[in-house]
Design a protein around this ligand. Structure first.
Ligand code: OXD
Ligand code: MN
Length: 613
């Protein structure tokens, strides 16, 4: 049995509430040792993990880990938001009573860390000194060393974050117990895993996975689910699965900031790390703040909406990351960055890593190459010959500071003032390249009706979106009606409000299906138009679903699109929109208590489409 007080005292951890919390869970999980972690322990922990074979070297200052084969992704079915108030049940939050979930988790976690070390990871999900700092402190307890290593990259980690709290009891209690991964029945009717946020107790209990999305509790469980709940309960802020970028105009010296949500596989990380296209790089610079989470609040001093990225690193999907799609991401995982790769392909002779899309074809010489399961490529059975080398959800984990175009003020506690909030899906026919929305309720309505097109027939009806409101479907922690009202309240309280827009980089040619817009770096162009529209420098063209750029308003210097292609991406398909409006109505009807302003926005858009005949 661990000597908790000696371990905490030795680490200089004085906060009595933290000490009591650690004692409780050390006793319950039966951990053999307690170790308090700060970022300065990284090199030692890396050394230990290498020595134990938990990670492998992947070139200079880079590391590689494999997760258990059935533990490679977030599990939405096993994720629960619990509170003591049944009124907190929403459509997506998978609500359960706290009184039921806590004993269930305690039962699974009891004795489950026997013989293991419990790492105590005090962290902060905010730049130090942020006005939202009191919602940002947490202590993750984990029985997995690689999870501690990931946390050091993804959050600000250190004892001082928890010892100096104004309210010593105000920290998120985040307990991660791995469990016996081979005996958990992942994905079967007897699945033992549970990933629970008891939001009104600010307690996170995750059992049964050591994969990042389930195990790095600062990120999704705290940074999104818990923070969204806290933001609503306090009335102070929004926590959203949003990227956050800056755009600097070197000619005028002005700096703009854009944040926004994209359902998965819609290019959010690539957009967040975008560099200006060559033709515009003399004038504009794009600064990276964050690729996954933003917390937004209205600042009473200047009446603007400010955003922070609460994270300290990037937990990015490796697949399809290349010099073309995201050169900044590749630079951020270069030798010497301390990057941890998970479930990519690994060469045990050369320590190189590779994933699908990294280069057009896999390495020609397969000597030493193993797929993400550890099987030598040269020995894979014939039926697996075409299987990917890397898992589609393989990841790289690197600190924000490693991203070459990281904003100089990414650590500014105040955050950055937001000029525009964008939503973007992957839509082949209906959505134009960009449509701007100047009305707050219509902007929120657009976010609530965000979705991704079904990618294969099996996933849904052709042309029907899988709605993913604000890209928060898996992270919603309170009811959607209240969520919409909270958005209207927070953004509505700002004297100077951001403009909204919906973007779509994925419009296809109706004939041969080719993409009509080059995407990637060129996505800066419609964003520049949006900022100009906000400043009254361009007028665009009003459509029933928003303002679309006139052709001559987009800066197309260096773009090879034909006039016909431009015509298509700068138009809306009214009959398809009319179908979509009917689906939206059904989608919104699920949500109890949706504010009347949202219904009015819906009816306005529907009526405008009707008139557009
Ligand atoms: C996610 C992630 O699962 O950001 O959305 O990792
Ligand atoms: Mn995400």
């Amino acid at each position: 049995m661990a000597d908790v007080h000696a371990a905490l005292g030795g680490a200089g951890l004085r906060n009595v509430h933290v000490r009591e919390y650690v004692r409780h869970w050390a006793e319950l999980t039966g951990a053999a040792r307690i170790e308090v972690i700060s970022a300065s322990d990284d090199a030692r922990l890396i050394g230990e993990a290498l020595a134990e074979g938990e990670i492998l070297p992947a070139g200079e200052g880079r590391y590689y880990s494999r997760s258990y084969v059935k533990d490679t992704a977030r599990s939405e079915e096993r994720t629960v938001v619990a509170t003591s108030n049944p009124a907190d049940k929403g459509v997506y939050n998978n609500w359960r009573p706290a009184g039921q979930m806590r004993p269930l988790l305690e039962e699974r976690m009891r004795g489950a860390s026997a013989g293991k070390t419990m790492y105590v990871v005090p962290y902060l999900m905010a730049p130090v000194g942020s006005p939202l700092e009191r919602y940002a402190a947490g202590v993750e307890l984990t029985d997995c060393r690689t999870v501690a290593l990931h946390m050091i990259r993804m959050a600000r980690v250190g004892v001082h974050y928890i010892d100096n709290l104004a309210d010593q009891n105000s920290f998120v209690r985040a307990v991660h117990v791995t469990g016996d991964l081979e005996k958990l029945g992942q994905g079967t009717p007897s699945d033992q895993r549970y990933f629970v946020t008891i939001a009104d107790e600010r307690t996170i209990l995750h059992f049964g996975s050591s994969y990042g999305g389930n195990a790095l509790l600062g990120k999704i469980a705290h940074g999104l689910r818990q923070a969204a709940y806290d933001g609503w309960a306090s009335g102070e802020f929004l926590a959203e699965q949003f990227m956050l970028i800056g755009i600097a105009d070197k000619l005028t010296g002005k700096r703009y900031h854009v944040c926004g949500g994209f359902p998965s596989a819609s290019g959010k990380t690539n957009l967040a790390m975008m560099l200006a296209p060559d033709a515009l790089a003399g004038r504009y610079r794009v600064d990276f703040y964050g690729d996954d989470i933003a917390w937004l609040r209205a600042d009473p001093d200047d009446g603007k909406i400010y955003a922070i990225n609460p994270e300290f690193g990037v937990f990015g999907v490796a697949k399809d990351t290349s010099e073309v799609t995201n050169p900044a991401a590749l630079a951020s995982v270069a030798p010497g960055t301390g990057t941890l790769f998970t479930n990519v392909a690994y060469n045990s002779h050369t320590q190189e890593v590779w994933w699908e899309g990294r280069t057009p074809a896999p390495p020609a010489d397969v000597a030493g190459w193993r797929d993400w399961t550890g099987t030598l490529i040269s020995e894979r059975p014939a039926e697996d010959a075409d299987a990917p080398w890397a898992h589609p959800n393989s990841r790289f984990t690197t600190a924000l500071a490693n991203v070459p175009n990281v904003a100089p003020d990414f650590d500014d506690p105040r955050g950055v003032p937001i000029d525009a909030i964008i939503f973007g899906g992957r839509t082949r026919d209906r959505e134009p390249l960009i449509r701007a929305i100047t009305d707050l309720a219509e902007g929120v309505y657009d976010g609530l009706t965000l979705g991704a097109e079904a990618t294969f027939a099996a996933e849904g009806v052709e042309g029907l979106l899988r709605y993913d409101p604000m890209s928060m479907r898996p992270f919603m922690s309170y009811p959607e009606g209240a969520y919409a009202a909270h958005w209207l309240k927070v953004i509505g309280s700002a004297a100077s409000q951001p403009i909204f827009a919906h973007v779509n980089w994925f419009r296809r040619d109706p004939g041969d299906g080719h993409y009509l817009w080059p995407g990637y770096r060129d996505n800066l162009r419609p964003l520049l138009w949006l900022l100009r529209l906000k400043e009254g420098q361009v007028r665009g063209r009003q459509t029933p679903v928003g303002i679309i750029p006139a052709k001559d308003e987009l800066d197309l210097d260096g773009i090879a699109a034909t006039p016909e292609e431009l015509e298509t991406i700068l138009s809306i398909d009214t009959p398809r929109w009319k179908q979509e409006i009917k689906h939206r109505e059904q989608h919104l009807e699920q949500f109890g208590g949706l504010p009347e302003e949202i219904w009015q926005a819906h009816r306005r858009v529907a009526a405008a489409l009707h008139r557009a005949d």
